[in-house]
Design a protein around this ligand. Structure first.
Ligand SMILES: Nc1nc2c(ncn2[C@@H]2O[C@H](COP(=O)(O)OP(=O)(O)O)[C@@H](O)[C@H]2O)c(=O)[nH]1
Ligand SMILES: [Mg+2]
Length: 258
């Protein structure tokens, strides 16, 4: 039998978006328990911030929790996509939506409380430092003085360091923590980048790689990353395998062009 394709459309929260400058984006997959604190933390950090949750139709109902909160919060927007399409693809769709809605800056934040919303103003300030050169991307970094990671097992420290070295030395990305998902990006930069090819976790490294090749300026500010206490990591074996393949593709493009 020929399978019938799922034509259910992606669903957007319905309230109009107020005009704004800073859009915080959070990709979610099975983060039901984390969404209320995420919304409160981000929107409480500054009355100017708006938050977009891009959910991939999480089986645990994250999308309906987010829609319920958005019904009474005009600064919260929700996009629930059909099927799991990947972390990178969710972030890219959020960035493009932010750009199309006229925001000038987006900040990506994980939904699981590993990234502290209290750091948002510091990340944004580093885009346009007083008296210094402006940046195109600001990475919340665990590997610059003052940065740290709490609660990770040794295996994750080692993998993350290995990926960091690979991205820095082989891909030529000038960042000490290129895998950090906590980052602010000037949305005008998107026009200067080629289309990212990565839909999974290696999107973080690829975005910085594209920014570097486009001559963009990346700076890092220290953050404390705390491992999640609610829900489980989605970076399972299949995702890790996919990310390794994507990083090797980037290395090939770096060395042989593409
Ligand atoms: N929309 C969407 N979000 C995802 C997907 N995979 C992971 N995420 C979200 O991406 C963020 C980082 O994932 P996480 O599992 O915490 O990865 P870890 O911190 O590397 O263990 C979390 O907010 C996840 O819910 C996906 O396929 N689609
Ligand atoms: Mg996490």
């Amino acid at each position: 039998m020929i399978p019938i394709p799922d034509r259910t459309p992606d669903r957007h929260s319905s309230a109009p978006w107020p005009p704004g400058r800073v859009l915080v984006i959070s990709a979610t997959y099975d983060e039901r328990a984390n969404v209320p604190a995420l919304v409160q933390g981000v929107l409480g950090a500054d009355p100017e911030f708006q938050l977009l949750i891009v959910d991939d139709d999480s089986p645990d109902g994250t999308g309906s929790v987010a829609f319920d909160l958005a019904a009474t919060e005009p600064r919260l927007h929700v996009l629930v996509r059909k099927g799991r399409r990947g972390l990178g693809s969710a972030i890219l769709e959020g960035l493009e939506l932010g750009r199309d809605r006229g925001f000038s800056v987006a900040v990506n934040i994980d939904a699981d409380a590993s990234h502290d919303p209290a750091d948002l103003p510091r990340l944004l300030a580093a885009l346009d430092p007083v008296g210094g050169p402006s940046a195109d991307v600001v990475v919340g970094s665990r590997r610059v003085p003052g940065g740290r990671t709490e609660g990770w097992p040794l295996s994750r420290h080692l993998t993350s360091r290995l990926v960091g070295q690979f991205t820095r030395r082989l891909l030529g990305v000038p960042a000490r923590d290129p895998s950090s998902g906590y980052r602010a990006i000037r949305l005008a930069m998107l026009e200067r980048l080629g289309a990212p090819a990565t839909t999974g976790y290696a999107f973080h490294e690829e975005l910085l790689w594209l920014v570097t090749r486009a001559g963009g300026r990346i700076v890092e500010v220290p953050i404390t990353f705390r491992d999640r206490t609610r829900g489980a990591s989605k970076a399972g074996l299949a995702e890790i395998r996919r990310a390794v393949g994507d990083l090797l593709t980037l290395a090939r493009k770096t060395c042989f062009g593409g």
